[in-house]
Design a protein around this ligand. Sequence first.
Ligand SMILES: NC(=O)c1ccc[n+]([C@@H]2O[C@H](COP(=O)([O-])OP(=O)(O)OC[C@H]3O[C@@H](n4cnc5c(N)ncnc54)[C@H](OP(=O)(O)O)[C@@H]3O)[C@@H](O)[C@H]2O)c1
Length: 253
Amino acid sequence: MELSEKVILLTGASGGIGKPILEHLNKNVKVLIGSGRKNLQDFTRIKEDEKFNYMPMDLNSEDNLKFLFSYIIEEYGRLDVMINTIGGSLYSHTIEDFPIEEYDKVIDTNLKTAFMLTKESIKYMKRNGDQGGSILHFVSSSSKDVSHNKAPYGIAKAGLEALIRYSASEAAKYNIKVNGISPTYVFTERHEKEIEVQSRRTNRSVAEIEEKIMEGQILKRKLYPKDIFPLVDLLIQTEVITGKIYDCTLGKT
Ligand SMILES: NC(=O)c1ccc[n+]([C@@H]2O[C@H](COP(=O)([O-])OP(=O)(O)OC[C@H]3O[C@@H](n4cnc5c(N)ncnc54)[C@H](OP(=O)(O)O)[C@@H]3O)[C@@H](O)[C@H]2O)c1
C-alpha cells in the first residue's frame, strides 16, 4: 500500500517534533489526523486541506483517546499508521525530591498514553487484514543515558522500549509493525528559544551552551526535526522491520 493511500494519526502534532512531521507528511498521505492539547492557530492553511483534520484533546484520558479512534474509523473507515510524539521530561528533581504526583504525570504522559494508543491502534489496525499497519513511538536517549534530575522520564522511556518490543511481538500476527525512534537532544523551535534564555541568564554564549549539549556526539552538528523525517518515512512504510528502536544520536553512545 502506497503512503498516498494511508490514513495516519499523528499525536503530539503541536509539538517541536510533531509539528514539522505533520507538515512533512501532509503533502504525501491520503488523510492525516493530528492531535495535541492546544489548538494549532497557525495551521489554517493545512486546516483548509480536506485530507487534514486536527483534533485538540488531552490523550492522557482514556475516554478522549477512545473517542479519537472511533471518530477516525467512523470518518475515514480505517487507520493505517499511528505516530506517537507525545512526551516530555516535564519536571527536574532528584529522586529523593521528586513529588509523586509529578512522577505520575511523567509516567502517564510518556508511557500510559503510549500504552493506550498502542492498544487502540492494534484494535483497529487488525481490521485491515493482510495490509496490517504501523505504529511508531518516540523514545529518547534518556532511556539509556542518565539525564540530570530526570529519572521518571528515563524510566518511562525505558518502559516504552519494552512496550515496543512486547506489542511488536503480539501484533505481528496482524501484520502490524511497531517500532521506535530514540533521538538525542533535538533542536526544536522551543529548545532554541530556551537556549537563548539560558544564555542571557547565565552569561554564557549560545555556541558554548550548544557545544555542551552536543558533547559525546561523534558528528558535531545540531540534530533538527527534519533530520528525522527519513527514519519516520522508513518506519511507517516498512514491511520487514518490527520491534526495533532506532537511535538517532549523531554517533553518541
Ligand atoms: N525534543 C527533544 O530533544 C527530544 C529528544 C528525545 C526524545 N524526544 C521525544 O520526542 C517526542 C516529541 O518531543 P518534542 O520535543 O516535540 O516535545 P514537545 O514539543 O513538548 O511536544 C509534545 C507534544 O505532546 C503533546 N502532549 C503532551 N501531553 C499531552 C497529552 N496529555 N495529551 C495530548 N497531547 C499531549 C503536546 O501538546 P501541547 O503542546 O498542545 O500541549 C505536544 O504536541 C517526545 O516523546 C519526547 O520525549 C524529544
